[in-house]
Design a protein around this ligand. Sequence first.
Ligand code: SF4
Ligand code: MG
Length: 334
Amino acid sequence: TGLKKHFPLTSGVFRRTVGAVRAVEDVTLSIRKGETLALVGESGCGKSTTGRLLLRLIEASAGELMFDGQDIRTLDRRALRTLRRDMQIIFQDPFSSLNPRMRVCELIAEPLKFHQLARGRAEVEAEVDHLMNIVGLAPSHRDKFPHQFSGGQRQRIGIARALAVRPRFIVCDEPISALDVSIQAQVINLLAQLQQDFGLTYLFISHDLSVVRYVSDRVAVMYLGRIVELADTAALFEEPRHPYTAALLSSIPVPDPSLERKDRVILTGDVPSPSNPPSGCPFHPRCVHAQAICRQEVPALRTVARGSGRPGQVACHLAEDLDLQGIPTTEASA
Ligand code: SF4
Ligand code: MG
């Protein structure tokens, strides 16, 4: 099928219901091998849940999850363990995900031993040093504890642990949002370098659109557990087709005040509770373009052409009719 051709790494339709809370509702995502697909949206929209579903860290209540042409929801324990090597996650707060009582060398050795990727002390030590070098940590710091490192260095430890098992797919869940701005670029550049060197595929979860614009090939915008827009990064930023995407874009600060937008769309009202989602389009209570149909029918995610000819998928009844403001690509941001 068309899917198989360019999506060796694919996640299919799945649905998750946690008690009464519908965290993720009918999400279909295909991630292409070697790409960075960003998943953006306000907190609580289901981004992290989606990432964890893909990794089977939590179980989907329906749907299928394809990885390399295999439905990973049906794997037995043993096959799942192998899969765990292929798919890794990097967390927002590296501190909370690192055992404070373990030395760096032990933290990095742990996945190596668990998956039996290095045998014997010398081999493990050599591999730990190698991984520390790869992520830019001096091997001389191998006996230190997590609290003796800065936030950026701790994130490097988390990356080394993920990398230890030679994964192909990594979910980066807000990997830089807990870091100082001065450190963020370093970690982003490291992730980009590793992607190149090891042919990694990333799902990059973030609420920071200026970072997403810089790192991703494609962007999926989530709202209340649904994907409302999905397109190539440049197309999405230049020509948003969903009012929610346009609102998110208009809130990005512009470095040059003369470019300050006069048409800023302010997102008013709170995000509705996922346990009691609005009828019809989930965005309708906050959408300035809402019509009667928006309150009645859930818009399906469908392919919509852009003026530039670059298609994308949009879940909005009025996608073709609205003239939404994007952000033109400038030299500074290109
Ligand atoms: Fe707004 Fe209607 Fe489009 Fe939803 S479907 S985003 S309410 S115009
Ligand atoms: Mg989150």
